[in-house]
Write a protein that binds this ligand. Structure first.
Ligand SMILES: [Zn+2]
Ligand SMILES: [Zn+2]
Length: 273
């Protein structure tokens, strides 16, 4: 399993020099399992991934499973800019999302509707399949065990646990601590994972002072989750738009005082399992 981070920022893209080391694009993580392509979220990092896939496959069609955690802008904004959807008519994209609030297809059509975007959905010529998912096992393909769970976030958000023979990856972003049932569910989702990608948007003091109820976690809670779930390595993810590189460096240093295997997600970072 190879994991690559294309977008690690939360809320909104932040293309500012002081953020460039960790990166300014919003959520998108690519996972390769042999020749299979899995993509978690379609924030602005999804656009950059699209360019790389075009380079890699040239005119050869390819297929990818795309899992969308929820429909906040920072998780869907790359979709209208993902070039293979327009230019690779023989490629296939299998989208998986909950339709508790809306179907993903409707969300895509709405975000591209006039007057918000000049091109509409029917100009995406690639084959698109939409699958509705809920908590529990997600049927993807043979030999892959994928579980989904609801997280604590306004309008809901899904976390994912991918179990393969190479190891276990958990992608759990956009989750606020403090609700006993959700706190338990996220620890269950993360149990024994090799890699836990987890929402660490705020500093604990920011959260306490003015961010309660906004649907996000902080690095200290991320450390609690990794330790209490028995996951092995923590990847801090969904960095706050106002946290620059120096701030994130400091967070990593502090988090490592509590748990040694912590890294902050950075654009371009790769993990081999
Ligand atoms: Zn988000
Ligand atoms: Zn969100």
């Amino acid at each position: 399993m190879r994991i690559k981070f294309w977008g690690v920022r939360g809320s909104t893209p932040t293309p500012q020099p002081e953020n460039m080391r960790y990166g300014g694009n919003t959520s998108c993580v690519e996972v390769r399992l042999g020749d299979r392509i899995y993509i978690f979220d379609c924030g602005t990092g999804f656009r950059v991934l699209g360019h790389h896939l075009e380079q890699e496959f040239a005119d050869n069609p390819f297929s990818a499973h795309v899992f969308v955690s929820h429909f906040h802008w920072d998780h869907i904004q790359g979709m209208p800019f993902f070039r293979p959807l327009y230019d690779s008519p023989n490629s296939q994209f299998l989208f998986h999302a909950s339709s508790r609030t809306r179907s993903l297809k409707q969300v895509m059509a709405e975000q591209m509707a006039s007057p918000y975007f000049p091109v509409n959905l029917n100009q995406m010529r690639a084959k698109q399949d939409f699958y509705e998912i809920d908590a529990g096992r997600v049927n993807v393909e043979d030999g892959v065990n994928l579980q989904a769970a609801w997280l604590n976030h306004p309008q809901g958000c899904m976390g994912f646990r991918l179990e393969t023979k190479d190891g276990i990856l958990v992608y759990a972003t956009d989750n606020e601590p403090g609700d006993a049932n959700f706190d338990k569910a996220v620890r269950k989702l993360a149990e024994g994972a090799d890699i836990l990608i987890y929402d660490a948007q705020y500093l604990p003091e920011e959260y306490e002072a003015r961010r309660r109820g906004w649907g996000h976690s902080h690095w200290r809670e991320a450390v609690n989750v990794v330790m209490e779930s028995g996951a092995k390595e923590l990847i801090l993810f969904h960095h706050d738009p106002d946290h620059n590189d120096a701030c994130i460096d400091k967070v990593v240093t502090e988090a490592r005082n509590h748990y040694p295997k912590v890294r902050a997600a950075a654009e371009g970072m790769e993990i081999q399992l």
